[in-house]
Design a protein around this ligand. Structure first.
Ligand code: TXA
Ligand code: MG
Length: 326
């Protein structure tokens, strides 16, 4: 299969492909998605095949507005309020599903994650399709999520018929997955932070339970892993250089360093790339991991300070590094 790419001019072609039951790559403000008609079970199956994803991990359903959301899920008063404040944008709300949404989308759950993306190309694509779109991130299962069209093609070239190029994603990490089925709980931290949700949901908590019984199945899988070893270091004290020495690394290694620690690496003669803070960190981290894995044999990432969106980035980095922190 040859994968075609193009800008918004290929949206009508892609909407036709979706109506024929195909899977199409498309940009959102968080990361690129792999979309198919959520009401077509065989199309949904193709998403799992293209990604190599286990079928017990549910997909998020994307719609252009709340009116369409109401056709897929029970949108109560609280969900209405949250959508009115945070959507369109990087928030997915888990709600009781309506019978129209097949269990193949929700991996057998009676709930469905609903997201209204803000990216103009995503919105135009959803409107052109005229059907709810089930879409996971457009990476192969376990790999780093793609934030550019090129990154989607690295994983999906020849596996899907088309990818719409909408440029680099502005948020750069996935949406926050919030369940309000019972007590409000953040199942996956993301573009909308706990602090931002608190005024509307004072009781909201970040899910911290054991991953084997995670209410969000995706959390139990290794995720976001570059193809070379990725190690997180928590502070610049020499432990990271000791780690490199012990592992016999150090030749072709890159350090993703905060600006303030750059002089330290310069003095030691290491190869480094600067990483920003807050939204800039979130925006560039997946792109940098995908860039570095092509060039270097190992990647060391300086841990974010935490707070706000840096907590969401930390969640991804812990998974990227399989929990190895030096
Ligand atoms: O930003 C995003 O959310 C991107 C873009 C494309 O919209 N999508 C995305 O999808 O990240 P995916 O499939 O890579 O991650 C969806 C996460 C998984 O961890 C999954 O387990 C969880 O959302 N999820 C989906 N439906 C759920 C449900 N009904 N209950 C609990 N967790 C759910
Ligand atoms: Mg994903």
């Amino acid at each position: 299969m040859k994968t075609i790419t193009g800008g918004r001019e290929i949206i009508p072609i892609c909407a036709d492909l979706v109506r024929q039951g195909e899977v199409v790559g498309f940009p959102t403000e968080t990361v690129y998605g792999l979309g198919a008609d959520a009401l077509n079970e065989s199309a949904v199956k193709k998403i799992y095949e293209a990604k190599g994803r286990p079928s017990d991990n549910p997909l998020i359903v994307h719609v252009p507005n709340v009116e369409e959301a109401r056709k897929a899920a029970e949108v109560g008063e609280l969900a209405e309020k949250l959508f009115s404040v945070f959507s369109p944008g990087p928030l997915t709300i888990v709600l009781p599903k309506k019978k129209e949404i097949p269990y193949s989308v929700t991996a057998g759950l009676d709930t469905v994650g609903i997201r209204i993306p803000s990216h103009p190309v995503a919105r135009e694509f959803l409107t052109a399709c005229g059907t709810p779109i089930a879409a996971p991130s457009a990476n192969l299962s376990k790999r780093v999520s793609p934030t550019t069209c090129e990154a989607v093609l690295d994983d999906m070239n020849g596996r899907v018929p088309a990818v719409i190029d909408g440029g680099a994603c502005s948020v750069g990490i996935e949406s926050t997955v919030l369940s309000i089925v019972d007590e409000p709980v953040i199942l996956r931290p993301g573009g909308i932070t706990e602090e931002m949700l608190k005024p509307y949901l004072p009781a909201v908590k970040l899910f911290t339970g054991h991953v084997k019984v995670a209410p969000s199945p995706g959390m139990k899988y290794t995720h976001y892993a570059p193809i070379v070893p990725c190690i997180l270091y928590s502070s610049v004290r020499g432990a990271e250089t000791e780690y490199l020495r012990r592992k016999g690394m150090g030749e072709n290694v890159v350090l993703l360093s905060k600006e303030r620690n750059v002089p330290y690496w310069e003095e030691k003669g290491y190869t480094y790339l600067k990483i920003g803070t807050d939204a800039a960190f979130a925006n560039e981290i997946f792109r940098m991991l995908r860039y570095c894995e092509k060039i270097y044999d190992a990647i060391l990432v300086e841990a974010p300070d935490g707070g706000g969106i840096e907590d969401s980035v930390m969640d991804r980095l812990i998974r990227s590094s399989h929990g190895v922190i030096v």
